[in-house]
Design a protein around this ligand. Sequence first.
Ligand SMILES: Cc1ncc(COP(=O)(O)O)c(C=O)c1O
Length: 416
Amino acid sequence: MTGPAPAFSRLFAKELPPPAPRWVGFPTHNFVGGHNDPTQIPVAALAEAATAVLGRSGSALAMYNSDGPQGCRALREFVVRKVAGRADITCATDDVLITSGSGQGLDLVNRLLVEAGDTVLVEQFSYAGALSKLRRLKASIVEIPLDGDGLRTDALAHILDDLARTGIVPKYIYTMPTIQNPTGSILTAERRGELVAIARRHGVPIFEDECYADLIFDPDVPPSLYAMDSRQVIHIGSFSKTLSPALRLGYMIADWDIMSRLVACKREADSGTGALEQMIVADYFSKSFDQHVGALSRVLNGKLDAMVEALEAEFGTAVEMFRPKGGIFLWIKLPDAIDVRKLVAPAAEAGIAFNPGPEWACNPDSAKPYMRLCFALPSKDQIRDGVAALARVCFEQTGIPARSANVGRAAAGPSA
Ligand SMILES: Cc1ncc(COP(=O)(O)O)c(C=O)c1O
């Protein structure tokens, strides 16, 4: 028998997502998602931290939210210290909410502000998860152009003026100023000032997503937007990229008038984020954050070099690369004639997974020759093998790239 029992299928709620396929394991060449480097998980130190925190305060696990609904106090204290040092943010533990991944932060901000038909401003290329959440809510997404320095504030000013003329005040401007996903840019200090001033003038909140901001290859980064105006900005961050996505820990920072509403929304959404994970991360990162993210960023930068070299060798001039200033992804562009969506299935058959650009764009068709490759999970050898395999699939499907490591590819030619 296939399909759900009739009693269920007749009763399903409207607008469910399509059924999930059964999981068959990870592909051989895995360039998708936001996985981390397995060699950089500090397994022994986390085991030590777990023993220490369970010995010290394990009995607190008897309660829901033993430090209150905003999460483990020690972790919030760590966040306060970390953002003071790295993002120039002055805040108190009451301004911090620990979330079940920063993805929950996106849901909470949407719960707070967005209803069907509302307008939200999003960077031209943006986090697929944020776009899909907004589409599900039937928000009207207006794109803000990007360039190598991040969000284009000149264009933003025009967009907001145009919207104002039609009486529309967007619910928020969603931006990733430090290591934009997927382009990897860092918004300049000058543009940060302009962005905050424009948002203030129009009375539009800024939603600052700093998911990758601690994984930077050059430590010279301007202050966060929240540091520039805490009344205009909601700030979120994640421990997924600095430590482990499987721990499902993120955080939000907002002034109390907004925070009090976010805490109420989180209470409605769940009964609190896992306490043991919070205690372990607080203990480990209170001692080792700078050293850990410093070492991790160096490893990631080395893997990025390996990926750039492999793409140069395999794709030559057929690929344009947008080298990120940190993080775990490389955004690339193939020739305009290629629609990467048509490569997804043949690549999967060859054991390769990549993120097609259209899923990372406000206007999917505008990103059809783009793809996003995550370099954190595979080893350097796996990166080289995977990029070579990807180039083979691309050639078989499109005739591009015609040469590999400066040698003409097999005369077989493209199959489609
Ligand atoms: C920009 C951005 N924000 C938020 C998230 C959500 O991550 P998590 O829920 O693991 O913290 C991601 C995940 O990749 C992301 O790229």
